[in-house]
Design a protein around this ligand. Structure first.
Ligand SMILES: Cc1cc2nc3c(=O)[nH]c(=O)nc-3n(C[C@H](O)[C@H](O)[C@H](O)COP(=O)(O)OP(=O)(O)OC[C@H]3O[C@@H](n4cnc5c(N)ncnc54)[C@H](O)[C@@H]3O)c2cc1C
Length: 462
């Protein structure tokens, strides 16, 4: 019997397993490894607050591409839908804990099907600490020193912790006043008595953390710091569809041509009183294709000069959340700073944060620091995590901008340091950012999960 291991039980790992169970008729043992509290949730949906909501409206969160209303139908059957008319419910941002329950229900259906089909399932509450790939075999080393041997392995390891901030790791990190994992509930509970908190980052994770702190009754001041300052925009045109001329878009080959295309459409929308939101939504299905058309120099230009503008238009927050942050800002409980953190060190008053800005430098005095700079993509070859060890051994490589794992996007095979595809090792999800740029949201990952399942089923049943 062939064995397939999926490392990671978040959206990508679970949906891949669901499609494998649905499609295979071959004898197979499927092993999924993740910590129990993350299973069917991943980092994204294992949330500690009901105030943490999806950043995509309910009508666009189906786990299945061929059933676009799947999540909306599920939501409608829940008391939490408050019997809202479907047209409204579909345009709401549902709490993320409900999405975890949705994934749990999908998984329970898959479990029943697996048992009917005689598929062996192993759900391991563990973490993979190392991987060896020798003579066509994959060995996974678990944190309890157990080693499991499989025929195929899929890295569905998803979002990584934010990158390390610039400081001497021994001083602040060990003080208990620095929090490298913003998604952990303990962060909020450990910060409640602090008068001043600094949050590195001004994006969606920062918003979640601020909402979590306020919900838990935090009364002090929250400083936030990022190179572009606080510039999150509210959604303004939810559900507005903008039609693009696909033929014209396909004719664009270079970054400059795409930029002209974007600006031409944006000017039209602006004149009609719209933001870039409907245009960005209309472009989303094509962003992977556009990224793959760009050469390396164009990708660098995009990342250095255009990415931050794209991110502002792309990562919006619901208007009512935007209003809440605005109220905190007006009452001086939320104080955003624009600048780069150049150092963080202990001081008599707690922690000193040095902020560098082109016009003036500043030092902030706080008692706690939370790293909300977003999932990091660069893998440290000297780290002790699974991906670091694989990188060091040459089992995987990173793209030239360190955005993800080099992968053959047609087959999802990981490419090793000799430039060769590892026919037994696959990856999907946020690890494909270097290859595809947009490889983060449910509407991209659900497609990858299904395609990879088809590929694996062919391997099982040639
Ligand atoms: C806070 C947050 C909110 C988001 N909200 C939305 C949203 O509203 N809509 C949307 O479309 N997208 C959202 N996203 C994007 C999100 O990336 C995807 O929706 C999706 O959840 C990613 O799933 P994943 O399984 O690839 O990764 P993850 O959710 O990160 O899951 C990866 C899993 O792999 C496990 N893992 C990692 N390493 C190992 C190892 N060595 N051994 C065993 N297990 C391991 C982790 O424990 C984790 O459970 C959000 C992302 C974040 C971080």
């Amino acid at each position: 019997m062939r064995k397939i291991a999926i490392v990671g039980g978040g959206f990508s790992g679970i949906l891949l397993a669901v499609h494998l169970i649905r499609r295979t008729d071959s004898p197979v043992e499927l092993i999924i490894i993740d910590r129990q509290q993350q299973f069917c949730k991943g980092i994204a949906y294992n949330t500690y607050s009901k105030k943490h909501i999806l950043n995509v409206i309910a009508s666009r969160m189906s786990a299945f591409q061929d059933q676009p209303d799947h999540f909306l139908d599920w939501m409608e059957s829940r008391v939490e839908s408050d019997s809202l008319p479907r047209s409204i419910l579909g345009n709401t941002f549902v709490p993320r804990y409900l999405y975890a329950e949705y994934l749990g229900d999908i998984w329970n259906d898959a479990l029943q099907l697996a048992s009917k089909k005689g598929i062996r399932l192993g759900i391991l509450d563990s973490f993979v600490s190392d991987l060896t790939s020798v003579n066509g075999e994959i060995n996974l080393h678990l944190e309890n020193n157990e080693i499991i041997n499989v025929d195929y392995c899929v890295l569905a390891t998803g979002n990584r912790l934010p990158a390390q901030l610039p400081f001497d790791p021994d001083s602040i990190a060990k003080s208990g006043n620095y929090f490298p994992d913003p998604w952990n509930e303990d962060v909020v509970n450990s910060c409640l008595d602090a008068r001043h908190i600094a949050i590195a980052g001004n994006g969606l994770t920062m918003v979640d953390t601020v909402l979590g702190l306020k919900e838990a009754g935090y009364k002090g001041v929250i400083f936030t710091i990022s190179p572009n300052g606080y510039n999150l925009l509210p959604h303004r045109h939810i559900g507005v569809r903008y039609e693009l001329n696909q033929e014209q878009l396909n004719k664009c080959k270079t970054l400059a041509e795409h930029l002209n295309f974007f600006n031409r459409h944006f000017r039209r929308l602006k004149k009609a009183g719209f933001t870039s939101e409907p245009l960005i939504e209309a472009l989303r299905p094509f962003t992977q294709e556009i990224w793959m058309k760009l050469n390396e120099a164009e990708k660098v230009i995009f990342l250095e000069k255009l990415k931050s503008k794209w991110d502002v238009g792309r990562h919006r927050i619901p208007a009512h959340i935007h209003d809440q942050i605005q109220i905190l800002r007006e009452s001086k409980q939320f104080v955003p700073y624009k600048g780069v953190i150049s150092n963080i060190k202990p001081s008599e008053k707690g922690i000193e944060i040095h902020i560098r800005h082109k016009h003036h430098n500043k030092i902030l005095h706080v008692s706690k620091v939370i790293n909300c700079t977003g999932p990091s993509s660069r893998i440290n070859p000297d780290g002790d995590g699974l991906l670091s060890k694989c990188l060091k051994k040459g089992i995987l490589t990173q793209d030239f901008q360190f955005l993800g794992i080099q992968t053959d996007v047609d087959t999802y095979n990981v490419i090793n340091s000799e430039g060769l595809r590892n026919e037994r090792l696959f990856t999907l999800g946020p690890t494909l950012k270097g290859e595809l740029w947009e490889s983060i949201a449910v509407n991209e990952l659900r497609v990858q999960a299904e395609k990879l399942a088809v590929i694996l089923v062919k391997r099982l049943d040639p």
